[in-house]
Design a protein around this ligand. Structure first.
Ligand SMILES: Cc1cc2nc3c(=O)[nH]c(=O)nc-3n(C[C@H](O)[C@H](O)[C@H](O)COP(=O)(O)O)c2cc1C
Length: 398
């Protein structure tokens, strides 16, 4: 059944951008960049396939805004002008493949979440809070450090515009640096950058204000947590006040996600889901109830800017109900588009299952050298893949 008339396939707006549908590719690091964070043919191929697959807008994997803030092996960078020409190749291939697919650069500093392989990076945070799992205790940032990070983000926004991106997204979710300012769990500062919600969001407001002077109305989105899933962090009780304050900073849209690395130290009982590495990407999404796992946080949210909801969208019929509810404007997907970059067009044309082929197994995070869906790599031909989708992967692989 063709789904042209579905709300999901109606146009939507984010700032000055017009999206052909309500499906967004959520930021997904593909670990395919060169050692110094530059474009490779594999990355160009990946984004070409995403653009050809019909998604309404693409958000890149995280891009490093500072040479001392590289947290992930194989990530792309944007911390100096030499990256502009590189990244222009990426925006060009997306626009050439589908002129109506905007591409947004996600900008990130890892803050306190540094891995072993990047232990020389600046491990910084608003406060030096102990972590049950991180390898290093973060250094508390001075006011000067904060001003320097603000400049890094502003300069990266200007470079993203120069590289023909259609906008940027500030990565202020999942425990990374900007996220750690927003969260009362990691921000214990007593100065103007910590304390109440206005002061915890000051860093975002300053980035936006300074950026606006240089890039005008260039779309600036933000990804933030609606729940940190740690005691004393952002939660259902306090996130609406935070989201309202973030809206007033002048961002063009908010993408809602949740969790941080420290969440892993807590039990399934406390979390309400199985703690797995990269806890924002939950596993065992084996029922409709477990899908779209932050949807209930959007009830009565009433923000004046578009809401993009990420996390566990797997069934187009269920997703249509969510978009029709009007509580959410866009749905963003990560793992389903690793599995099937062609998914938006497949669903639109009514080919195959109403479900995504993604098992939410997270094996895509393991095979970093040849980033792809582990199950598609079994070299099944298209017909076998469709048949398996219809029967349900679990039935085939158990
Ligand atoms: C391989 C992989 C890489 C990811 N990289 C990023 C990233 O760079 N930035 C980000 O904000 N989220 C990242 N995420 C999280 C996703 O954007 C998304 O929030 C999460 O996977 C839940 O959505 P899903 O159920 O559609 O996968 C990544 C997820 C995966 C699986």
């Amino acid at each position: 059944m063709n789904r042209e008339k579905y709300s999901i396939y109606s146009k939507g707006k984010i700032g000055s951008l017009v999206l052909k549908n309500r499906l967004v590719r959520s930021a997904t690091c593909d670990y395919q960049a060169t050692e110094d964070g530059r474009i490779t043919p594999q990355i160009l191929e990946l984004y070409k396939n995403l653009s050809a697959g019909g998604v309404g807008m693409i958000i890149t994997g995280l891009l490093g805004v500072s040479s001392k803030g590289i947290g992930t092996k194989g990530q792309l960078c944007l911390y100096n002008d030499t990256y502009i020409e590189e990244l222009t190749k990426l925006t060009k291939i997306v626009h050439e493949t589908n002129h109506d697919t905007p591409i947004i650069a996600q900008l990130c500093h890892p803050g306190r979440q540094i891995t072993q392989e990047h232990n020389s990076a600046d491990c910084i945070a608003p406060s030096a809070v102990d972590s049950p799992i991180l390898i290093k205790k973060a250094k508390e940032m001075s006011t000067l450090d904060i001003h320097s990070v603000i400049s890094d983000f502003v300069n990266a926004i200007v470079r993203a515009k120069d590289a023909n991106f259609d906008g940027v997204e500030l990565h202020a979710a999942h425990g990374y640096l900007l996220s750690s300012f927003l969260s009362p769990y990691t921000n214990k500062r007593k100065d103007e950058y910590g304390g109440n919600v206005i002061r915890r969001t000051k860093i975002i407001r300053e980035i936006i204000n300074q950026a606006r002077e240089k890039v005008g109305k260039f779309p600036i989105l933000i990804k933030m947590n609606c729940d940190d899933h740690v005691p004393g962090g952002i939660s259902k009780d306090n996130f609406k006040e935070l989201a309202t304050e973030i809206t007033s900073t002048g961002v063009d849209a908010i993408e809602l996600s949740g969790a941080m690395w420290d969440s892993l130290a807590f039990t399934e009982d406390f979390l309400g889901f199985l703690p797995v590495p990269i806890p924002e990407s939950r596993t065992h999404i084996d029922s409709v109830e477990k899908q779209s796992y932050y949807y209930n946080y959007t009830k009565d949210l009433n923000l004046s800017i578009p809401i993009i909801l990420v996390g566990g969208h797997r069934d187009i019929e269920h997703m249509e109900v969510i978009v029709k509810s009007g509580q959410v404007d866009f749905l963003s997907l990560s793992r389903p588009l690793i599995c099937e970059p062609e998914l938006p067009n497949r669903w639109l044309q009514g080919i195959g299952s109403k479900k995504s082929g993604c098992l939410s197994c997270n094996a895509c995070m393991l095979f970093k050298d040849s980033f792809s869906c582990a199950f598609r790599r079994l070299h099944l031909n298209r017909r076998e893949f469709e048949t398996n989708l219809e029967q349900g992967w679990r039935a085939v692989f158990k």
